[in-house]
Design a protein around this ligand. Sequence first.
Ligand SMILES: Nc1nc2c(c(=O)[nH]1)N(C=O)[C@@H](CNc1ccc(C(=O)N[C@@H](CCC(=O)O)C(=O)O)cc1)CN2
Ligand SMILES: Nc1ncnc2c1ncn2[C@@H]1O[C@H](COP(=O)(O)OP(=O)(O)OP(=O)(O)O)[C@@H](O)[C@H]1O
Length: 180
Amino acid sequence: MDKKKLRQQQIKRLKDNQQQTISEGVLLLNKLSETSIWKDAKTIATTISGPFEVPTTPIIKKALLEGKKVYLPKTMPHRQMAFLPFTDMNDLVRSDFGILEPAYKEKLVNQVPDLVIVPGLAFAVDSNYRVGFGGGYYDRFLAEYSGKTVALVPSEMHFDSAKWDIQNYDIKIQKLISVD
Ligand SMILES: Nc1nc2c(c(=O)[nH]1)N(C=O)[C@@H](CNc1ccc(C(=O)N[C@@H](CCC(=O)O)C(=O)O)cc1)CN2
Ligand SMILES: Nc1ncnc2c1ncn2[C@@H]1O[C@H](COP(=O)(O)OP(=O)(O)OP(=O)(O)O)[C@@H](O)[C@H]1O
């Protein structure tokens, strides 16, 4: 199937099952926080989740409580992302796409956080490939990034194998955390 078709299907499926993704998010964060990639990370990158994504507020809170520094992406021209520190919810600004993002401050950009929690709409658990919103932001970023990557995979994003076409620019996530 082409990615675009799958993306549309997944958006509908995720909108119809938001509550399940939210409740599984608790379990997924618990699992993540027991891993060495989490424990070893002093700096982590996540996002501000939208309504049908795995909620990231609990991730941010837990990371901060454990003394980690949290980075969030700001979308930039040419489909680039800049990662900037999370300070306070009130400091975030809504992007043209409706996503809350940090304000751009060149000196604060960190493109090499220890761990990047990669968002997505669908994940193939045999190969670790993902489908995202289609901007290509993470594929571009991960092409240059050499640290750790992980994704939280609720059941509605879980595919045993990719039923979409893999492109040569697609980048595998190092570790997927899914519900049993
Ligand atoms: N919560 C969250 N934040 C995130 C991401 C995400 O997946 N989740 N991203 C993960 O990548 C980045 C933003 N991703 C985006 C992906 C696609 C488009 C996009 O394609 N917009 C279209 C309009 C929508 C359409 O195609 O209909 C456009 O550019 O015209 C925008 C942002 C960074 N922040
Ligand atoms: N490393 C790269 N360099 C240049 N273009 C790229 C790169 N990676 C992806 N792209 C382009 O980005 C576009 C979107 O890619 P794709 O459909 O794989 O998005 P996605 O992985 O689902 O979304 P995202 O990464 O934003 O969550 C494609 O048109 C692709 O050509």
